[in-house]
Design a protein around this ligand. Structure first.
Ligand SMILES: Nc1ncnc2c1ncn2[C@@H]1O[C@H](COP(=O)(O)OP(=O)(O)OP(=O)(O)O)[C@@H](O)[C@H]1O
Ligand SMILES: [Mg+2]
Length: 255
């Protein structure tokens, strides 16, 4: 590589302590560090590139990574043309497991899917298909809930609270919205249970005891302070004029 690594980058490249999280700004050299780290292990420990699993989020990032590893290998090969281990890596890099999470999981399922009775010719659905399927499932679930509806059931209360008359599209929207938000939690059901607890009001006599109450009270206090500042400003402006002072200051002070 043309530029030497910074001390911080070098520390990351040399770290062999196990799990390592590198969080840094865009364009700060994360991919560079990853490539150096990988090649350091390949050259120092004599490992082959296809022994590693390298995962990224997008196809573009996976392609970029493979290209950059291949380029770095060529650069090193140019410096050590007789190195057979390096030469082997230059071929292996095109077979190495460098892919998106989706592609890796799909490959794994294709190899091991028989253990789950999965049809071998399955394919990944795209986002559009997933949305259609999700809407279909939601409709079926809601339909079932309406069939089993009783006046006091929690579902009846939910529908009453969230729907406008006969239109329950808002309920469906909220269910989908909550569903997509909880996808980023490793244990969605546990998280939902925690959220339910936050809204439990048993034994709570003061809104300040709840997280949402604290937020509302802090906001009310902030607005109160702002009003007070404005009233004080109004009083000092009114005091500049005799007539205004006589007519407005008493009521402003009363406020
Ligand atoms: N120590 C360094 N000195 C000079 N240039 C560097 C250094 N480290 C990385 N670079 C260069 O900075 C540019 C961005 O690096 P890189 O692509 O590794 O960053 P990144 O954090 O992965 O970016 P992104 O967030 O876009 O994925 C590259 O051209 C890389 O060669
Ligand atoms: Mg990068």
């Amino acid at each position: 590589m043309a530029f030497p690594l910074t001390d911080e980058q070098k520390k990351i490249v040399d770290d062999r302590g196990g799990e390592l999280l590198v969080s840094a700004a865009a364009g700060s050299g994360k991919t560079r560090v990853l490539v150096e780290r990988l090649l350091a292990r390949v050259t120092e420990e004599g490992l082959d590139l296809d022994r590693f699993l390298v995962i990224t989020y997008t196809k573009a990032a996976a392609a970029e990574l493979r290209t950059r590893i291949a380029q770095e290998l060529s650069a090193r090969l140019a410096e050590h043309p007789g190195d057979r281990h390096l030469r082997r890596q230059a071929t292996l890099v095109y077979r190495a497991q460098i892919s998106t999470i989706h592609a890796f999981c799909a490959a794994l399922l294709r190899e091991e899917g028989h253990r789950l009775d999965l049809e071998p010719d399955f394919r990944l659905c795209d986002e559009g298909e997933a949305q259609v399927l999700m809407a279909q499932v939601l409709e079926d679930v809601l339909e079932q809930q309406y069939e089993d509806l009783t006046a006091e059931s929690p579902f009846a209360v939910l529908v009453d609270t969230l729907s406008a008359g006969r239109d329950d599209s808002r309920l469906a929207q909220i269910v989908l919205d909550v569903f997509s938000r909880i996808q980023s939690h490793p244990h969605p059901e546990q998280w939902l249970a925690q959220q339910r607890q936050v809204w439990e009001l048993e034994g709570v006599s003061d809104a300040g005891q709840t997280p949402w109450g604290r937020l509302l009270l802090a906001d009310a206090a902030r607005q109160g302070r702002d009003c007070r500042r404005r009233l004080e400003q109004a009083i000092s402006l009114a005091e500049e004029d005799e007539l205004l002072e006589a007519n407005y200051v008493p009521s402003l002070q009363a406020a």
